[in-house]
Design a protein around this ligand. Structure first.
Ligand SMILES: NC(=O)c1ccc[n+]([C@@H]2O[C@H](COP(=O)([O-])OP(=O)(O)OC[C@H]3O[C@@H](n4cnc5c(N)ncnc54)[C@H](O)[C@@H]3O)[C@@H](O)[C@H]2O)c1
Ligand SMILES: [Zn+2]
Length: 344
């Protein structure tokens, strides 16, 4: 990283944005490696940091440090740090250089690729933000050694997502190799790298064809409209649910709803569920204690930003690796489906 920065931005000062956990685990080592780091801005770990208040805090620290457009904002952390810091970089003097070192599996395979940045508001998640492509992203799997296992698992749900969207062979590879991917051993290294690089490539391919989500990019939301409703219903309380867990349940719901509509056989949905369950991910509504009613979940789904002019669009599938954008879904059907799922 320091060689890259010295080569491409030789005069730049480096402002690190990181969170409390990552700073503790990796901050000193990284600052040591980046002997040109100018300041470190630490935010509290957790989703609640993706807020207007924290955005103001980060921008204020950058201004206080007299950062210029040619300086480098280096985000070191999970998706929360990447989304918040990237948004701050996009509005700092109308855009400063943005570089990322994603440290969670989710950030390595998803949030650090594609240039979406943003924050949450009291009206919902990721409702305010900007497209801001990083100048570079550095992925180091050794960062994951300090990641809590529950977070690793949640990130794995997003890895599985790419197989489900359009790459059946990758899904099958994961079915065979997931133990190695999870092992964190020397032997598992190659499998983990293969999983991460396949996922990054899959996302990059889709994003490069449709950067601003006019069409195909929406496929990346497989499981997310259901999932976001679950997260909202749990008030984004990580003790109850975290993003990848919600996506895991959401993907199973998307396949089960697809099978209910006759788009695919129920055995397809069962196979998706079986794989996610093997890794210990939650896969059904009842895995989350104290969820709201189906009516409340549907209303949360309607708040999701993928809703266009009151019409519910969902990513559904005719098979593993065969997803598509289904428009104008009948909400009554979704509600009836959620009622069934609530007791499953
Ligand atoms: N921009 C996008 O395209 C995009 C895509 C997907 C998700 N997201 C966003 O990403 C966020 C979720 O990202 P996340 O799951 O990385 O959450 P996160 O950033 O909150 O990280 C999860 C937890 O792991 C800790 N952590 C991260 N790396 C660590 C490490 N190496 N060692 C020890 N602890 C570590 C963090 O401090 C945090 O407590 C959500 O806000 C979501 O909306 C954005
Ligand atoms: Zn996601």
């Amino acid at each position: 990283v320091s060689r890259y920065i010295n080569t491409h931005f030789p005069k730049a000062r480096v402002a690190i944005v990181t969170d409390s956990n990552v700073n503790k685990a990796h901050g000193d080592a990284l600052r040591h490696a980046l002997n040109n780091a100018h300041i470190t801005i630490e935010i509290p770990a957790g989703e609640t940091s993706k807020s207007f208040a924290m955005l103001e805090f980060v921008v204020d620290k950058l201004l206080e440090a007299k950062c210029e457009r040619g300086d480098v904002l280096l985000a070191i952390g999970g998706g929360v740090v990447g989304d918040l810091a990237g948004f701050a970089a996009s509005i700092m003097k109308r855009g400063m250089n943005f570089v990322q070192i994603p440290t969670s599996l989710l950030a390595q395979v998803d949030s650090s690729v594609g240039g979406k940045t943003g924050i949450n508001t009291k009206r919902g998640k990721n409702l305010v933000g900007a497209f801001m492509q990083p100048k570079a992203v550095f992925i180091d799997i050794t960062m994951l050694k300090t990641l809590p296992p529950r977070e690793f698992k949640a990130g794995y749900a997003e890895v599985v997502k790419y197989g489900l969207i359009n790459d059946k062979a990758f899904f099958e590879w994961l079915e065979t190799n997931h133990t190695a991917v999870f092992s964190m051993s020397e032997n598992g290294k190659a499998a983990l790298i293969h999983a991460i690089s396949t996922a990054c490539q899959a996302k990059a391919d889709i994003v490069s064809r449709d950067e601003t989500e006019q069409g195909e990019r929406a496929l990346l939301n497989l499981g997310h409209t259901f999932g976001h409703a679950l997260e909202a219903d749990c008030q984004y309380n990580p003790a109850r649910i975290i993003h990848g867990e919600a996506v895991s349940i959401g993907m199973v719901l998307a396949f089960r709803f697809s099978s209910k509509l006759g788009l695919c056989d129920v055995s397809v949905a069962n196979r998706v569920e079986a794989h996610l369950k093997t890794t210990g991910l939650p896969t059904k509504l009842r895995d989350i204690k104290g969820l709201g009613t189906p009516e409340e979940l549907l209303s949360a789904m309607m708040q999701d930003k993928k809703v266009s002019r009151g019409q519910l669009n969902l990513i559904l599938a005719t098979g593993i690796g065969e997803s598509f954008i289904a428009k104008n879904i009948d909400c009554d059907k979704v509600l009836a489906f959620l009622h069934e799922e609530a007791t499953r």
